[in-house]
Ligand binder design. Structure first.
Ligand code: FEO
Length: 391
């Protein structure tokens, strides 16, 4: 079914209710959707993105009564949006693909689309469909180098592909529950967009310049109150952090658990919000969400064969890839007979530009002096947060 957005503008979303992993890495607790859109001008018809190859049949059911497509706009070459382009070209052999110049090579490489089927557009270039006009806006690195957005001028609809998306399988056409979508969109930002916040920030003026009624992303529901997601993004890409401490940790025999609990109690008493993540049971996406705006991260690890615990190594490696704006970090480690768990943990986060607060290394189960040193760490974190006016 084509779902009408405005006169002759339709949503063709395919909902992947059961997908639980993206890129063989990212948890999708709420499934996702791959949203394509159809714009029928008085002279030309354009399909904006397609869907994942696995859902091509569902897309074709929606296109059943669409006799002609002149152009397929490919905003982004990742296969969840471009995967069905070759299928669509088979059904509509006269259609041409429109992309950024950078995407042309990627589309031929990844999808084997012949070069002569692809038309490239420059930043700001417009395409008249008769009574409707598409404006193409280059927006590289959201989240691949070739990405662009489309603005439908007459209807004031922005099609930003992955940018502003949320992995949320829902029949809601528009955001119905802002709290639900805020969490899903923040998770999406953390996992997909956060490493590129510098690029999002640099080009955000291109969005601020537009008069937008509706934002129609390629994942999750559309935004008929665009300021909801625009303001959220402005907050996330800003340099502002919150008065929170994130503690990802592993405890093998109770020592690290005791250290972490002491730190939680001490920080809580100082009015600092804490997120505590036992990495044996943590959804890594939840950890990523808290990293979007936490001021401090404290990693807790036992020593395993001279190294941090492998699950800690995994979590800090993910944090390092996501490049959060965290300002301060520390490590609490325990050991039995030696090793360099602290140094090796710190070495794994070169991308996070933090000020390191003195780590704590404890032999065996924490004693009174050890617990006192953890209280001092909490005090140091309090002073650091105060120094940047979080308290
Ligand atoms: Fe939704 Fe980057 O693909």
């Amino acid at each position: 079914m084509l779902r009408k957005i405005k006169e002759n503008v339709f949503s063709l979303n395919t909902i992947d209710w059961n997908r639980r992993l993206f890129d063989s890495l990212i948890p999708l607790p709420d499934g996702t959707s791959y949203n394509a859109y159809l714009v029928c001008g008085s002279e030309k018809t354009v399909l904006l993105d397609t869907t994942d190859t696995s859902m091509a049949d569902e897309l074709f059911e929606k296109l059943e009564n669409v006799d002609n497509i002149d152009f397929i706009v490919s905003h982004h070459t990742e296969q969840d949006h471009s995967g069905a382009i070759p299928h669509v070209l088979k059904k509509y052999p006269n259609a041409k693909v429109i992309s950024s110049p950078k995407a042309k090579e990627m589309i031929t490489e990844h999808l084997s689309v012949p070069e002569d089927k692809i038309i490239t557009v420059e930043d700001g270039e417009e395409l008249s469909l008769g009574d409707k006009t598409l404006k193409f806006i280059h927006y590289p690195w959201v989240h691949w180098p070739e990405t662009m957005l489309t603005y439908l001028k007459e209807d004031k609809i922005l099609f930003p592909c992955d940018l502003f998306g949320s992995h949320l399988a829902t029949t809601d056409m528009y955001v119905a529950d802002e709290c639900e979508v805020y969490e899903a969109a923040k998770r999406y930002y953390a996992e997909i967009m956060m490493p590129f916040k510098k690029f999002i920030k640099k080009n955000f003026y291109k969005i601020d310049e537009l008069d937008i009624d509706i934002i129609a992303p390629s994942h999750g529901p559309m935004y008929d109150k665009p300021e909801f997601i625009i303001n959220a993004y402005k907050d996330w890409i800003s340099d502002n952090v919150k008065n929170t401490v994130v503690i990802p940790y592993i405890s093998m025999h109770g020592s690290v658990e005791k250290m972490v609990q002491q730190l939680v109690t001490s920080l809580e008493a100082k009015g600092i919000k804490v997120y505590k993540f036992d990495l044996t049971v943590t959804d890594i996406g939840k950890l990523a969400i808290t990293l979007v705006d936490a001021a401090t991260i404290v990693v807790g690890t036992p020593t395993v064969l001279g190294e941090p615990h492998p699950l800690v190594t995994y979590a800090v490696s993910i944090a390092n890839l996501l490049k959060p704006k965290t300002k301060f970090a520390s490590v609490m480690a325990s050991y039995a007979w030696g090793g360099k768990a602290i140094e090796k943990t710190v070495d794994k986060i070169p991308n996070i530009k933090v000020e390191l607060i003195d780590p704590i290394l404890i032999k065996g189960y924490p004693k009174k002096d050890d617990l006192d040193s953890i209280d001092k760490l909490a005090n140091e974190i309090y002073k650091k947060h105060s120094s940047i006016n979080l308290i």
